[in-house]
Write a protein that binds this ligand. Structure first.
Ligand SMILES: Cc1cc2nc3c(=O)[nH]c(=O)nc-3n(C[C@H](O)[C@H](O)[C@H](O)COP(=O)(O)OP(=O)(O)OC[C@H]3O[C@@H](n4cnc5c(N)ncnc54)[C@H](O)[C@@H]3O)c2cc1C
Length: 355
């Protein structure tokens, strides 16, 4: 069997490679960055799905129900598969009663998948389509300023890239070149409000510095417009912020709300962290005002694929390179990368055997 090329050693690419090898395929994984793991290595490692199918549909109504159903039905077995390879689980619940999942240690998850993937070549970028079958798993285009400007916001240069710096849309370009199509909802992304510059944020602080209290704040854009958070995940807030001038705004919190808890931190603790990172924090009339900026993590629009990851003849895609899963809302990017990485591998192998 000829070698399968996988572009990207992040969550989707490593799952694809591990799955293809388990099916006896010869696999080469090309990784643009100087390390494996992509954005997954910097993530919280919570791989989850909605507990009820109806909730998934309600929360992500613009996604493709066929893709969503595959994700919803196959995730639990996928989580067992990851554990069977030695990936370490640190929690067996998500903390959200509406969802089910497991939290993995991202380092251990990366190491286990790299072992299973086999031949991973770092600092090697896929720049053109190979002759044989390929799985594009390059992580979407969160770090591609031009594509973000074209599809997401004119303030692309002001967004903080809360993701690996190598996911600049290579998979998208290659998939389109092969004759693939884009999904709708190219403007949507998952991200978090972060302390605005002059605050400095290292990748290891992407999780800890998230400003996740829009529900307890008055949200004001740089032009003075106000916005009310509509979703529990606050994904709508960060998308709105991204389209304000300089992708910035202010979260104004009344002092009595500082003790409110969001997940494992109080609002006051999140603000303290922002201040320590160097953000501008003002205190006046029993109100604390924090300057925030939109941080982009994962783009949610991408290549159109069938449920087996097929984008065009011999060209498969997975993870954030594929759109149509979480559109209109928020779902686990790691879960999509796991399920569709494995599916794309099987699709690409079958394509080679029976083109
Ligand atoms: C701070 C943070 C917290 C997060 N927390 C969670 C969470 O708890 N739960 C969750 O579900 N999701 C979470 N996510 C999102 C999750 O990490 C992504 O959805 C997931 O990693 C997407 O997988 P992927 O394989 O598509 O991309 P990635 O994991 O980013 O991998 C893409 C890889 O492709 C490589 N690449 C790019 N271009 C090329 C090329 N031309 N040739 C070769 N290689 C290339 C990149 O270098 C990268 O290694 C979080 C992300 C961040 C940053």
């Amino acid at each position: 069997m000829p070698a399968l090329i996988v572009a990207g050693a992040g969550m989707a690419g490593l799952c694809a490679a591990a799955q293809a090898r388990a099916h006896g395929a010869e696999v080469v994984v090309l990784e643009k960055g100087d390390r494996a793991g992509g954005s997954m290595l910097w993530s919280s490692g919570v791989i989850w799905r909605h507990r009820r199918w109806e909730d998934f549909r309600r929360e992500c109504p613009a996604g493709d129900p066929v893709l969503q159903r595959a994700l919803w039905e196959e995730l639990d077995e996928g989580l067992d598969w990851l554990e069977s390879m030695g990936a370490r689980v640190t929690e067996r619940a998500t903390g959200n009663p509406l969802t089910l999942g497991r939290r993995f240690d991202p380092r251990s998850l990366t190491d286990a998948l790299v072992r299973a993937a086999g031949d991973v070549r770092l600092k090697t970028t896929l720049t053109e389509l190979p002759v044989g079958a390929v799985v594009l798993a390059t992580g979407g285009f969160a770090a591609g300023r031009d594509l973000v400007r074209e599809h997401v916001t004119p303030w692309a240069d002001d967004l903080v890239v809360r993701a690996n710096p190598w996911s600049t849309g290579d998979g998208l370009r290659l998939g389109l070149h092969a004759g693939g199509q884009l999904t709708g909802h190219m403007h949507e992304f998952y991200g978090r409000a972060l302390p605005a510059p002059p605050a400095r944020i290292e990748p290891g602080e992407f999780v800890g510095l998230a400003q996740l209290y829009a529900h307890h704040a008055e949200v004001v854009g740089a032009r003075g417009e106000r916005y009310e958070a509509a979703t529990w995940s606050e994904i709508d807030v960060v998308q709105w912020l991204a389209r304000q001038p300089y992708a910035r705004g202010t979260f104004r919190v009344r002092e009595h709300a500082l003790s409110q808890r969001v997940r494992n931190l109080s609002v006051g603790e999140m603000i303290e962290r922002a201040e320590q990172a160097g953000a501008v924090v003002g205190r006046e009339n029993a109100t604390v005002a924090v300057e925030v900026v939109a941080g982009i993590t994962t783009t949610l629009g991408g290549l159109h694929s069938d449920a087996n990851g097929r984008v065009a003849a011999g060209v498969y895609a997975a993870g954030a390179d594929v759109g149509g899963v979480a559109n209109g809302g928020y779902a686990s990017g790691l879960a999509a990368a796991l399920v569709f990485g494995r599916r794309a591998a099987i699709g690409a192998i079958s394509d080679q055997v029976d083109p």
